[in-house]
Write a protein that binds this ligand. Structure first.
Ligand SMILES: [Zn+2]
Length: 166
């Protein structure tokens, strides 16, 4: 029994470059829900970055609130970042397709859509021309992304952006 929901049109598998990813195993139309994360909701001061698989299991969902997925690994832990993603957020815990996706494509989101704190920063090698090279907890502040991901940011970041735009 999984705490999270994964659309049966996709599947997690190991990647040749290391780690795992979630891939479409058949075509998925724009706007379909791909994933809903389940788990424990924890405040920032209860996060333990030294726990095994910390960055795979944790996702910021509001100011100072995070969802921590099950201790046992789930396919939903395998979504990777891309600077040119095919998924966006619907609500705090849901991912939807931004466009039609073909079978075989890796399903990714941009961590700038969900992260407003520096808990998961890394050098990006997604290979896209738009690659930011370094993904940080401040990327949501980039106005170029506001337009690109309008309607697809996690709700708490959409609120922050709305305030900055005024
Ligand atoms: Zn990148």
């Amino acid at each position: 029994m999984s705490a999270s929901y994964l659309n049966p049109k996709c599947k997690a598998r190991a990647k040749s470059s290391g780690g795992c990813g979630v891939f479409a195993i058949m075509s998925i139309q724009k706007g379909e829900i791909v994933s809903l994360w389940g788990g424990d909701i924890v405040a920032k001061d209860r996060l333990d970055p030294s726990m095994p698989r910390f960055t795979q299991r944790v996702l910021q969902i509001d100011e100072d609130l995070y969802i921590l997925t099950a201790e046992e690994k789930e396919p939903n832990d395998c979504f990777n970042h891309s600077c040119e993603p095919n998924l966006g957020f619907t609500g705090q815990i849901g991912l939807v397709t931004l466009r039609d996706v073909d079978a075989g494509e890796e399903l990714t989101f941009d961590y700038a859509m969900s992260d407003g704190e520096p808990y998961d920063e890394f050098d990006c090698h997604c290979g896209m021309p738009t690659c930011r090279r370094k993904v940080t907890g401040n990327d949501w502040k980039l106005p170029s992304l506001w337009e690109k991901y309008e309607g697809y940011f996690s709700p708490y970041l959409a609120r922050r952006i709305h305030t900055l735009r005024k």
